[in-house]
Structure formats: structure tokens, C-alpha cells
Design a protein. Structure first.
Length: 407
């Protein structure tokens, strides 16, 4: 790690994990050149409150920590964040970070781009907790922990909603009484940091496709689709919250709102319904086996098979819907844990798309997770591009750092 270059941290606090990445920010070649932060180390704690495990490594793969902890030592996100920082700070002693960028899931209608964090921003992000109960509280825990330990540290919030901020009114509306739209009850879309990265990456690897009508399938633990025209988001399958759209690991995706009403009328509290829709549904709920796609693919259980079939069916259906928004389809991109690594899931989704879109896969390229997995005969090219949400947060944070004259 070069001591001369400013260092920034990127924090990604999830429901049961805290990930911290260390980037150095080299001088831009000239005033108008874009900044290109370089990953130098990464640390994370998974299994917070259940079976905490810390791992940290340098960008070259050298492991600097791999240790399990008793729950009592890493009971919450605050403790996890302090521990990861402590481990990473060993390498940062001579060159402490000048800025910290946070992945924040919900920016609501207030934030259409990354923002410098102050008390007012924190208050506005707190107000959005009910719209992202699984993620927003943990994002805020990390922000508050830094503010307490280093009040002058430049902190930047980078939003999963921001990439979708330019959506047309038709893509934002839900057919509730209009007053609710004005109160912010509208479709926002999420996974925007991932989609922003993919838009940049696609313009590098296939600039001709990047200018066209593209659907990106971010299929991880959370899952959504984004319709892009010329690298800009025009619609997404996720809406007001990260529950909407595709079925996910433990989240239900789109369901009839009447089902929620029915649950409430049966006497379930709002909290119990929330726990079920976010934590007990999706692949886990349908299969009764696991939320992990690898486990389901290896399972003989009939409902594991049913869950995967439903997942592929729904993903294909929603691709059709977004193709209507785009008025056609020039490329389909798969990304995130399942999208970038699971040939059988991609092939099951694409099998549904053969008749309507003339999509066919090259079986060998798909099996190898190659970059272009469609066959030569396919009417629509299909690509696999691994995502890098932290890289986008690093970039926005480095730009803010320069704008603020730090580093
Ligand atoms: P993410 O949230 O992007 O980390 O993705 C997590 C999901 O990716 C989990 O459901 C994993 O089972 C899934 N996943 C990761 N690697 C593979 C793989 N090789 N095959 C199938 N699913 C995978």
C-alpha cells in the first residue's frame, strides 16, 4: 500500500454481516481524468449474533485474519464494525483513512446521488427505516459508530436507490390514491450501486450493447432486474421496498396485496408479517429446505426443485415485462452470486425466453461462467458480468473527497 496516496474505507453493513474494504486513491492523470480507487484490503464479519467469523485479506489474497468469535464478543453490528476496523487498522497505522463511504440501501425521494453525511442527513435516513427494515438500521449503526469515534471524518452515503432516480412517472406509480405518491409512497428500485457498476463495465466490454436496450438481472440473496436504455435505468422490478419483484433467498417478491390483508385479518401483527415476508419466504419458504441456491440445486427434495422452477419462471416473466418497457431487448446481463455463478439457474431462466426473444445459450460457455454465454444463433446476446458495488461506493467517495479538498 502506497503511503503517499489517500486511503478511503468502504463499509457495507448487511443484516448479519459487516464488510469493510480499504482503497487507495492514486492521483488522477490530469484534472479532467476520472479517479480510479484501487482495492488494497478487505475485512468482514459474518454471522453477527449467531456464529461470528472474521476474515481479512490483502488484495493479493494474503490472509491476515481468519477467526471465529463467541457471540458475546460480537453480539451486534457496532461490535463487528469496531473489530473489522481494528484488524484493518494494523495496516493503516501510517496512513489512516481520510474518508468513509457507506452503502445505504434507501435514499427515498430526498437523495438522487451520493451525499456528504451530517446530522440532518442521518435524521432523514432514520425516517426511511420502515421502508428498509432489514438494511437501513445497520447502515446507520456503522455511520453513527464512525461519527462517535471520529466526528470530523468525511462520511459519504451512496444509495441503492439513486441510480433509479430518473425513472419516468409511469415506472414510479402504484395505483393507490394519488396523495400517497406525493407522500413518497412510490416505486424507487434498489441494487442501484450494482447496476451503476454493470452499466460502466458494459460500456467497456461491449460499448455497442451499452447504448441499447439492456436488462440486467442482479440475482443474489436479494434479487431484482433493471431495464436500462443507453446506460440509464428506466425501470426496475423492486418498488417502494426491497420486497417487490422477484422471489429471493428469504423475501417473497411480488405477491397479491390481498394476501397481506388476509394475514392481518387472521390476527398477525405488522411485525410478524414483516418477519415472514422478509425472512421466511422466497426460496426458503417455498422449499422448506434452504435460502441458498447451491443447497437447493443439490437437493433431491421435490419442493427444492419447485422453488428453483418458480424462481426461474418469475425471473423470465419479469424480463418479459421490462422488455415491454424498453420496447425490445438488445442484451441480457446476469450478475451477483447466483447470476454470475449458477449455470443451471441461467439456463432455466433462458429456456423460458427462447420462443419470445430467440435467446439460446452456448452450453459450454454457460457452464464456464464465460463473459458471453449466448450461442451465435441467439437473437439477443447474453452476458455474465460479476458486479462490484463496493467499487462504485469507493469511486463516489473519492470524488466527494476531492470535491471537499481532502486528500
Ligand atoms: P450474493 O447476495 O450476491 O452474495 O449471492 C448469494 C447467493 O448466491 C446465494 O443464494 C448463493 O447460494 C448463491 N451462489 C453463490 N455461488 C453460487 C454458485 N456457484 N451456484 C449457485 N448459487 C451460488
Amino acid at each position: 500500500m502506497s503511503a503517499a496516496h489517500p486511503v478511503i474505507l468502504v463499509v457495507n453493513a448487511g443484516s448479519s454481516s459487516v464488510k469493510v474494504s480499504v482503497y487507495t486513491v492514486p492521483e488522477a492523470a490530469h484534472d479532467n481524468a476520472d479517479i480510479n480507487p484501487v482495492l488494497s484490503a478487505h475485512g468482514q464479519i459474518e454471522g453477527i449474533g449467531v456464529a461470528p467469523r472474521l476474515r481479512a485479506s490483502m488484495a493479493d489474497g494474503h490472509v491476515v485474519a481468519d477467526e471465529s468469535f463467541p457471540v458475546s464478543q460480537v453480539a451486534d453490528h457496532d461490535a463487528a464494525f469496531r473489530l473489522v476496523r481494528l484488524v484493518l487498522s494494523v495496516g493503516l497505522r501510517d496512513n489512516p483513512p481520510v474518508a468513509i463511504g457507506h452503502r445505504v440501501v434507501h435514499g427515498g425521494s430526498d437523495f438522487a446521488q451520493a451525499v456528504r453525511i451530517d446530522d440532518d442527513v442521518i435524521a432523514r435516513l432514520e425516517a426511511l427505516i420502515p421502508l428498509a427494515p432489514l438494511h437501513q438500521p445497520h447502515n446507520l449503526t456503522a455511520i453513527r459508530a464512525v461519527r462517535k469515534a471520529a466526528p470530523d471524518m468525511l462520511q459519504v452515503a451512496c444509495f441503492d436507490t439513486a441510480f433509479h432516480a430518473g425513472h419516468d412517472m409511469l415506472a414510479q406509480l402504484m395505483a393507490l390514491p394519488y396523495a400517497y405518491y406525493e407522500r413518497g409512497i412510490r416505486r424507487y428500485g434498489f441494487h442501484g450501486l450494482s447496476y451503476e457498476y454493470i452499466a460502466r463495465r458494459l460500456s467497456q466490454v461491449a460499448p455497442d450493447l451499452a447504448e441499447g436496450r439492456v436488462i440486467v438481472a442482479h440475482l443474489g440473496n436479494g434479487a431484482s432486474l433493471c431495464a436500462m436504455r443507453n446506460g440509464r435505468s428506466v425501470d426496475s422490478t423492486m418498488g417502494l421496498t426491497a420486497l417487490d419483484g422477484l422471489p429471493m433467498g428469504t423475501r417473497c417478491g411480488s405477491i397479491d396485496p390481498g394476501a397481506v390483508l388476509w394475514l392481518a385479518q387472521q390476527g398477525m401483527t405488522a411485525d410478524a408479517i414483516q418477519s415472514m415476508l422478509y425472512g421466511e419466504s422466497g426460496l426458503k419458504g417455498l422449499s422448506g429446505v434452504s435460502s441458498d441456491m447451491r443447497v437447493l440445486l443439490a437437493s433431491e427434495a421435490p419442493r427444492a426443485r419447485l422453488a428453483v422452477d418458480f424462481y426461474a419462471y418469475r425471473a423470465a416473466q419479469e424480463i418479459g415485462k421490462l422488455a415491454v418497457t424498453l420496447g425490445g431487448l438488445d442484451a441480457l446481463i446476469f450478475t451477483a452470486g447466483i447470476g454470475a455463478n449458477s449455470p443451471p439457474v441461467r439456463s432455466r431462466i433462458c429456456a423460458h425466453l427462447e420462443t419470445l426473444f430467440g435467446i439460446s445459450l452456448d452450453a459450454a460457455a454457460n457452464e464456464e461462467n464465460g463473459q458471453r454465454i449466448s450461442s451465435n444463433a441467439s437473437r439477443v446476446p447474453v452476458l455474465v458480468l460479476p458486479t462490484d458495488e463496493e467499487g462504485i461506493v469507493a469511486l463516489s467517495t473519492a470524488r466527494m473527497m476531492k470535491a471537499c479538498g481532502k486528500g
